[in-house]
Write a protein that binds this ligand. Structure first.
Ligand SMILES: Nc1ncnc2c1ncn2[C@@H]1O[C@H](COP(=O)(O)OP(=O)(O)OP(=O)(O)O)[C@@H](O)[C@H]1O
Ligand SMILES: [Mg+2]
Length: 283
């Protein structure tokens, strides 16, 4: 246990990081897989509030894979994936929108507000934050590509001290709903907001060379290194949209992108407010 002196010393060591990042936007993607444990979920939300109270501007984008699977199963709709992205037929699309926008999003908003935060829930449909188009033109698959991002509504909310909480569903100009991978949404929004950092909270230590061995964590990587890992099939499944969106965000001016373990208590504070981060950092 820390004594009071040690406790304030730890706090004061965070000062240079708070000074560096105060006023800067941090886009945090909270993965459905890392959202499973209610105690940890509470801690993640408290970390986000902490960051907000010390002057950083968090924007939260969330997934909800396990919750979507749960409801699709209940309704006997099969879950299938292609390269880490869910194949979405017309029935699945309806359920995904209901679960992500109606349930997962609103649960997160309520949790933040219950802890005296100022959260507001949005999907890509609100104020045309994201305009989507059909990725697979010829199949009945409502996976969307991002056509454009309009962050006016986010800037308005951030300026007034709100924490936007964004579900990764968007519509086309004709109002057709599309399901977009939440990592991809987070990366695009981070680029458009000129964010300081993009942080992806997931259910692994980061990018690992051997997925079963946390000691093989790749601590630092650039786009060359990532391409090499992809070519060797070391990066697969749900990790593919993650590294792709990190590289895209960096190309769009985000200073760094981090893939970290959302199952570790205070992962966000460790990554942002200490010298040695905990996960994979992409630059
Ligand atoms: N090289 C790798 N290192 C670490 N994880 C990897 C690697 N290659 C593939 N993965 C897989 O990527 C998964 C993380 O992506 P996944 O889409 O499952 O979670 P998420 O994006 O956090 O949640 P959600 O999709 O619900 O928002 C890991 O659980 C792991 O199985
Ligand atoms: Mg995923």
């Amino acid at each position: 246990m820390l004594n009071d002196f040690e406790r304030v010393q730890v706090l004061s060591e965070a000062l240079p990081f708070i000074q560096k990042f105060a006023g800067r936007t941090i886009v945090i993607k909270y993965g459905g897989s890392a959202m499973q444990n209610q105690v940890l979920k509470n801690k993640v939300i408290e970390d986000i509030l902490f960051l907000s109270y010390v002057g950083l501007k968090p924007v939260l984008v969330h997934g909800g894979g396990p919750m979507i699977n749960f409801w699709l199963d209940k309704l006997n709709i099969e879950s299938r994936f292609h390269q880490g992205v869910r194949i979405t037929n017309v029935d699945a699309m309806e359920i995904i929108e209901m679960v992500l926008v109606g349930k997962v999003n609103q649960d997160l908003v309520a949790l933040i507000n219950q802890k005296q935060g100022k959260a507001i829930g949005l999907s890509g449909k609100d104020a045309q934050l994201i305009i989507a188009s059909k990725r697979f033109k010829l199949s009945e698959n409502f996976v969307g590509n991002i056509e454009s991002v309009n962050v006016d509504i986010l800037n308005l909310l951030i300026k007034e001290g709100y924490i936007p909480v964004i579900a990764s569903v968007a519509a086309s100009l004709h109002g057709q709903a599309y399901n977009i991978n939440a990592d991809t949404v987070a990366g695009s929004i981070a680029g458009s907001l000129d964010a300081e950092k993009l942080i992806l909270l997931t259910d692994t230590a980061g990018i690992m060379k051997d997925i079963n061995d946390p000691k093989t964590l790749v601590k630092l990587a650039d786009s060359n290194k990532i391409n090499q890992l992809k070519q060797n099939n070391i990066i697969s499944g749900g990790m593919i949209p993650k590294v792709d969106c990190c590289i895209q965000a960096i190309n769009n001016g985000v200073k760094s992108a981090h893939i970290i373990d959302g199952r570790i208590e205070h992962a966000l504070l460790l990554e942002i407010l200490t010298k040695d981060g905990i996960g994979s950092m992409l630059i």
